[in-house]
Design a protein around this ligand. Structure first.
Ligand code: MCU
Length: 415
């Protein structure tokens, strides 16, 4: 099929597979219930009810208005709205991210990091391989979800995370399979991507116990990257794990950088693109709780511009491909340029970039995007001063994306 043709281009050597959580409620002025999301829990936030009323909204939901109608007017309030968006995304799409388990230990032996986790009388262990540049470091590092697919920068280590081992992604029946589910039970609500994000957090937990003179990793300079399905996973990890400084999803498409609402419209217009309704039948990336919403996406108070916005004000570079309809290029462009408004409002518009280029195979990084990638790596991992004001597509006429059809809110200047 057309899909399999391009699908087989990625993940070299891989056997290409065929294509009621409750939100912890908060009381006014209180700290939200702890989840695994690593941002410090903000206080004094508006209340999110445990069962929010769903209201139909064909526009991309306003990042700057809380569920209860309160407006975000200050940068400090973003921490509260970010927490609310995280809770909503976990409730409707991603499943619950468990907090740090009671026991996380591990060690580094040569280039193999071992992670041991125990919780509730159960234990798992997994390993991650680290590939170092020459020298003593400590080095910035890219956590590569399922392997690295962008060109590897010099002077940066690569930590390879075996995401399939943590939560399987063979098909829609994969939910419940993998080490995460050995620990938390096969009926845990987490989708595979949430389980991967949890696993990446445990790698960072263990690295935090090792002096940087020994680990040779600079934990203040961590990135995460992955391509395609693993690019979706990289975006979710960067969204939920605030110890990651730079998030680089590559060709993540629908379920990653694309917005469900825009992808639905593309399909209605006859473009063969992936939608929420398709994705839950294809794989186990999302929580089973998402299934009930995939044919009523307009009712959700979130979309993926808000998934990306969880990364703000940290750095995000979305690398994408205009040449593959299945990835939803219009959706990714519209969704991610809309997400950029959050960084702009926070006064750091150039900490979030989009680079969308066609005429190359899926997950084959084109040389004409190297400058954009290097600008982000050099600034956010290597501490250089570069121009990261990058919002660009080679698609004509914004690929058909008309902002006024999707954005019915104002971007505040946050004090
Ligand atoms: C773009 O990511 C996925 C896509 O969502 C799937 O529909 C397709 O089967 O596989 C893509 C992928 O991961 O390619 C390697």
């Amino acid at each position: 099929t057309k899909l399999n043709d391009w699908y087989s281009q990625c993940l070299p050597g891989s056997s290409a597979p065929p294509p009621s959580t409750t939100i912890p409620s908060t009381t006014p002025g209180s700290t939200p219930t702890t989840t695994g999301d690593t941002s410090p829990a903000p206080t004094g936030c508006p209340t999110l009810p445990s069962n929010p009323t769903l209201r139909s909204n064909s526009f991309l939901p306003d990042p700057f208005t809380f569920y209860d109608g309160t407006k975000v007017t200050t940068k400090a309030q973003w921490a509260c709205r970010r927490e609310e968006i995280s809770q909503l995304l976990q409730k409707y799409e991603l499943g619950t991210l468990p907090p740090k388990p009671s026991s996380v230990t591990g060690s580094l032996s040569g280039t193999t990091l071992t992670v041991n986790v125990s919780e509730g009388g159960k234990s798992i262990s997994f390993t991650a391989g680290i590939s170092y540049p020459s020298g003593t470091g400590p080095f910035p590092a890219i956590i590569a979800v399922g392997g690295i697919s962008i060109p590897r920068p010099s002077n940066v280590a690569v930590i390879t995370f075996n995401n399939d081992d943590m939560a399987a992604q063979v098909n829609s029946g994969s939910h419940g399979q993998g080490k995460f589910f050995q620990l938390y039970g096969t009926s845990h609500s987490a989708g595979a991507m949430t389980a991967w994000a949890w696993g990446i957090s445990r790698i960072i937990d263990v690295l935090e116990t090792i002096p940087s003179s020994t680990s040779r990793i600079d934990l203040s300079k961590l990135a995460v990257s992955g391509c395609s399905r693993n690019g979706k996973g990289a975006l979710v990890a960067g969204a939920l794990e605030t110890r990651i400084a730079l998030t680089i999803p590559q060709e993540s498409g629908s379920g990653g950088g694309g917005c469900w609402r825009i992808s639905d419209k593309m399909l209605q217009n006859g473009i063969q693109t992936q939608t929420a309704s398709e994705i839950v039948g294809e794989n186990a990336w999302f929580s089973p709780n998402f299934n009930q919403y995939v044919n009523q996406i307009n009712n959700l108070p979130v979309d993926h511009h808000l998934l990306a916005a969880l990364v703000a004000p940290r750095a995000l570079l979305v690398i994408d491909n205009t040449g593959i309809d299945w990835l939803g290029p219009e959706s990714v462009w519209g969704c991610m340029t809309t997400a950029n408004k959050v960084w702009k409002a926070l006064g750091v518009g150039d900490s979030m970039g989009v680079s969308q280029v066609g005429n190359h195979n899926h997950c084959a990084f084109p040389s004409n995007e190297q400058g954009d990638l290097s600008a982000f790596i050099n600034k956010f991992l290597l501490g250089q001063s570069t121009n990261t004001n990058i919002l660009k597509t080679d698609g004509a006429n914004n690929l058909g994306f008309v902002e006024s059809q999707w954005v019915n809110w104002q971007v505040p200047t946050l004090s």
